[in-house]
Structure formats: structure tokens, C-alpha cells
Design a protein around this ligand. Structure first.
Ligand code: 13P
Length: 254
């Protein structure tokens, strides 16, 4: 089992990667690790995740009370604690605002179309949770129904949260979400989506049980359970004449 020191270094490393990849701007985002049954190691509030030192991190208990560290813990610690509470299998949580996935979250579009086989195997789909003010019970209420079912969530008008058996797995899911969002965006730009069919999806569900990279207690169903997500999928046939006309400057299509 990794030592506290190793976990501190790991948070610093994945914070830098998150910043380098443009998943966060300014002091956005937060990361945490479950050290044991009663202690969570988390990033401090209001610091760049690209410039953290191991000594900046804070240890809190399961009620969010600081046990050690000089700085104040992330303002989003409630969301991390909720995930640890609802998912005993989870040992690492990552929250970020990667621009493409957050664009979908701000457009009210879930990433729940089975467009790419690897994403179906790894995450099932990425549902969109309702909006809730950061750091409040409103956000917890929006996320709570989805946390037991999925390992990565879009948060309406906010960003993405992902979690896994360790911090590395939580971070990898964040990369997968943003990469998939970019692919989904390209299908939107091309004006056509070709989701995988039921038979292919069944085979992928079997493949998931054998794939070493997917170890999760979540069922990760393909259809969204909840939230206010629209799937945004349209086939070429569904495109209307209006879609082909230029949009007048300053106006929006409904
Ligand atoms: P903290 O700096 O308090 O962790 O908050 C950053 C953030 O991303 C809020 O959504």
C-alpha cells in the first residue's frame, strides 16, 4: 500500500498533468485520495493545480474537518466526501473543467451516445447531472443519484468529476471524458452520428467484463438514469433545411 508521502506526490503529479493538458484554468479543479477509513488527503482551495507542493495538501476527516495542513481545504470537499461515502470502492477523485466536456455540460448535452467502443467499455456513458451551486447541498443532491451508477459525470454549467480505485484511474477517466467530448463534438460538426447498435453493444458489455483497465463497482449502464441531459444525437436524415442555412449574425436557432 502506498504511503502518505507517495499519495502527496501523486496528487502533485496529477495536478500538474491536469494543468498542462488545459483541463483547468487559474485555480480551478481539485483532487483527493482516501488515505484510510477516516482520512482524506485533498488539495487546498484557491491554488493553481500546476504549482502545488506536497506540503500544501490538507488532510480532513469524513466530515470535512481539517486534521492537518496549514491551508484551507478545497471548497468542493463536500462533493469528494459524498463520493467516498456513496462509493466505498473509490480511493481517488478528480474534478476539473476540461473545455470540450464542460462545453457539453454548459450546452445541456450529456455524453451518452455510444459512439466509441472504448468509451462504452470504460465508462458506459457520461450522464449530465443537474446544476447545483458549487460547495452546496444542492450540488450534492444533483450528483447523488448518479454517483453509484457511473465513474464520471458531467456537471451542468460547471465541469466534470471522475473517480476510481485510485487517483491514477480517476485521472485517466478525466482524460477519456475530454477526449470523447472532442470526438463527439466532431460528429456534431460533421452533422451526423452513427451510434453503435444493440448487438455490438451487447458484445462490448461482455468485453468489459474481461478488460483489465475497467475495474469498478458501478454498473455503468448505457442509458442515462437521471439528470437533465439531452443526448443531442441527430442522424443525417433528421437534419432539416434550416440546419443547412447560414444563421443570421446575432441570432440563435432553437
Ligand atoms: P477550490 O480551489 O476551492 O478547490 O475550487 C476550485 C473549483 O474548481 C471550483 O469548482
Amino acid at each position: 500500500m502506498a504511503s502518505e508521502r507517495q499519495h502527496r506526490n501523486e496528487i502533485v503529479q496529477y495536478g500538474r498533468m491536469m494543468h498542462a493538458r488545459g483541463f483547468v484554468a487559474a485555480t480551478d479543479g481539485n483532487l483527493s485520495v482516501r488515505l484510510d477509513e477516516r482520512r482524506i488527503l485533498a488539495t487546498p482551495t484557491a491554488m493553481s493545480k500546476g504549482m502545488l507542493r506536497a506540503s500544501d495538501l490538507v488532510i480532513v476527516d469524513l466530515d470535512g474537518q481539517r486534521l492537518s495542513g496549514k491551508r484551507n481545504v478545497s471548497s468542493e470537499i463536500g462533493m469528494h466526501l459524498l463520493i467516498y461515502q456513496l462509493r466505498p470502492d473509490v480511493r481517488g477523485v478528480v474534478h476539473a473543467h476540461p473545455r470540450t466536456a464542460t462545453g457539453f455540460a454548459a450546452a445541456g448535452i450529456a455524453l451518452n451516445q455510444p459512439l466509441v467502443c472504448e468509451v462504452v467499455i470504460g465508462l458506459g456513458s457520461i450522464p449530465l447531472a443537474k446544476y447545483g451551486t458549487p460547495g452546496t447541498p444542492e450540488l450534492a443532491d444533483a450528483l447523488a443519484p448518479l454517483i453509484p451508477e457511473y465513474d464520471a459525470l458531467l456537471m451542468s454549467n460547471h465541469g466534470v468529476v471522475s473517480y476510481g480505485e485510485d487517483l491514477a484511474s480517476a485521472y485517466m477517466k478525466m482524460e477519456t471524458v475530454e477526449h470523447f467530448a472532442q470526438i463527439a463534438l466532431i460528429t456534431h460538426l460533421l452533422g451526423c452520428q452513427q451510434p453503435l447498435g444493440a448487438r455490438e453493444l451487447e458484445k462490448l458489455m461482455i468485453a468489459r467484463t474481461k478488460y483489465e483497465g475497467t475495474r469498478s463497482a458501478a454498473a455503468m449502464p448505457l442509458a442515462p438514469l437521471n439528470g437533465n441531459g439531452k443526448n443531442g444525437s441527430r442522424s443525417r436524415q433528421e437534419k432539416t433545411k434550416a440546419d443547412l442555412l447560414p444563421t443570421p449574425a446575432g441570432s440563435r436557432r432553437s
